[in-house]
Design a protein around this ligand. Structure first.
Ligand code: SAM
Ligand code: SF4
Length: 451
């Protein structure tokens, strides 16, 4: 590298981002990185050596809260040695506890909520001791915020922000604000530009993508958006998360049958298998309505894969309610689940319910659900042995073993299952056919048919 360039690079301020939480938050970090690189910052892998450390927080469950506060405590010591280092706290905890963080952690320089990502450079330029930007930004969904994506062939594209559903346990509507759909043109332009850059798989993001279009003047809805994206050249696969069961329409279900690029996997959070609990959660559907939709989708697309979210030990959940949740898990035979112990969140209704379940009992129920699902996942993966799966390769894994000439490659099926195989070539980004030879707990192993 030429010396001038080295000198130039040395002059560039550096940043590091640590992200807690869900895909939406990971994507927000990609946007924060895009904004910072646009201002001349360059990314470094070490927090300790960075000029700016951004911690992008999540407050959906209390565990993430705790990890973040210990991180912040550790950074206090680093900043004591390097006072010129700047610390920014972004994300949902920043939104919700901005003033408290400011008074408890005076070493923090900037606190910004999810709707204020694009303003980070302006906030850093302010000279006051700590700047807090947690105001609502009504136009956030209209802004075109750059993103630095983590390479590969897959990219996330948000289609909406916020949520209007107010499930009684959930903090999201209070931290991410009201639901706002991005204009169709902005979404299409972004997907087109990603296709130009070589991305072939797009995952559309939103807290409830099924209600996309609410508030837009052009009458667009989510199935219509999917149809438009499906027409774009270069895009080979389309996925989306998350779908709320109450807004899963017949037309959206039919798009899985009608649009070949739409992958046959749906993440459809059930949360609980008892109507009484679902009602107290304010979910807006019954168990039989939920199961009818699963059945209908399976009729439309027989090899549809399903994953879900489940909350163990929601307030008032009796043993009999819990057994109904177990029944749903066994009935649907999910391909995977994300299960969590219920945790009390600020602002939410359920925190005031006076029939909270003990921590021990929540843990017991969580473990039961997870072990039942482990068995189901293992069996479902074994059933795939002998089938041929279409994989988009995500890249090389480990180096050749024992001096061999092949390298370990990893990719995903259309149903989002991870597949490992060996190849002499690095096939990153390529669409290949793999014969499945082994079904493991959380992944598959196979042999590539054409290299
Ligand atoms: N919008 C999505 C939906 O409607 O299912 C989910 C978004 S939320 C960020 C992700 C998951 O976190 C939820 O599906 C739920 O299972 C879990 N979750 C949310 N609040 C929780 C709480 N207070 N305790 C435990 N899990 C919670
Ligand atoms: Fe939270 Fe419910 Fe909105 Fe999902 S739909 S983000 S669980 S309030």
């Amino acid at each position: 590298m030429p010396n001038e360039l080295k000198t130039y690079l040395k002059l560039r301020p550096t940043f590091h981002i640590r992200t807690f939480g869900c895909q939406m938050n990971v994507h927000d970090s990609e946007r924060l990185a895009g904004v910072l690189e646009g201002e001349g910052y360059s990314f470094v892998t070490s927090q300790e050596s960075a000029d700016l450390v951004v911690i992008n927080t999540c407050s959906v469950r209390d565990k993430a809260d705790q990890k973040f506060f210990s991180d912040l405590g550790r950074l206090k010591k680093v900043k004591a040695l390097r006072p010129e280092m700047k610390i920014a706290v972004a994300g949902c905890i920043a939104q919700q506890q901005g003033r408290e963080i400011q008074s408890r952690f005076p070493h923090v320089d900037v606190i910004l909520g999810p709707q204020n990502i694009a303003t980070l450079p302006e906030l850093l330029a302010k000279t006051s001791s700590c700047v807090v930007a947690t105001g609502e930004n009504q136009d956030y969904h209209l802004r075109k915020v750059p993103a630095i994506r983590a390479g590969g062939h897959r990219a996330w594209v948000p289609v909406m922000y916020g949520c209007d559903n107010f499930c009684s346990y959930c903090i999201v509507p209070y931290t991410r604000g009201r639901e706002q759909s991005r204009p169709v043109k902005d979404v299409i332009d972004e997907v087109l530009s990603l296709a130009d850059q070589g991305y072939s798989e797009i995952t559309l993001l939103g807290q409830n993508v099924n209600s996309y279009g609410k508030g837009l003047s052009d009458g667009m809805d989510f199935p219509a958006l999917l149809e438009q994206i499906h027409l774009l050249e270069g895009i080979k696969r389309i996925r989306f998360v998350t779908s709320h069961p109450k807004d899963l329409s017949e037309r959206l279900m039919e798009t899985f049958r009608d649009l070949p690029k739409l992958c046959n996997h749906m993440h459809l959070p059930v949360q609980a298998g008892s109507d009484r609990v679902l009602e107290r959660m304010n979910r807006g559907y019954t168990v039989s309505e939920y199961l009818d939709k699963i059945e209908r989708l399976r009729k439309l697309v027989p090899d549809m894969a399903f994953t879900t979210d489940i909350i163990a030990g929601f307030p008032g959940e009796e043993e009999s309610d819990f057994e109904e949740t177990v029944k749903v898990v066994r009935t649907v035979e999910y391909d995977g689940i994300f299960a969590f112990k219920y945790s009390k969140r600020p602002h939410t209704k359920a925190r005031f319910f006076n029939d909270q379940v003990s921590e021990v009992e929540k843990g017991r129920r969580l473990n039961i659900i997870l072990s039942i699902q482990d068995e189901i996942s293992k069996l479902k993966n074994k059933v795939l042995v002998g089938t041929v799966q279409e994989i988009i390769v995500e890249g090389e894994g480990s180096a050749p073993k024992n001096g061999g000439s092949t390298t370990h490659q990893m990719g995903r099926t259309r149903t989002n299952k991870i597949v490992h195989f060996e190849s002499e070539n690095n096939l990153a980004g390529k669409l290949v056919q793999v014969l499945i030879a082994e079904g493991l707990q959380h992944s598959l192993k196979g042999r590539i048919l054409k290299d």
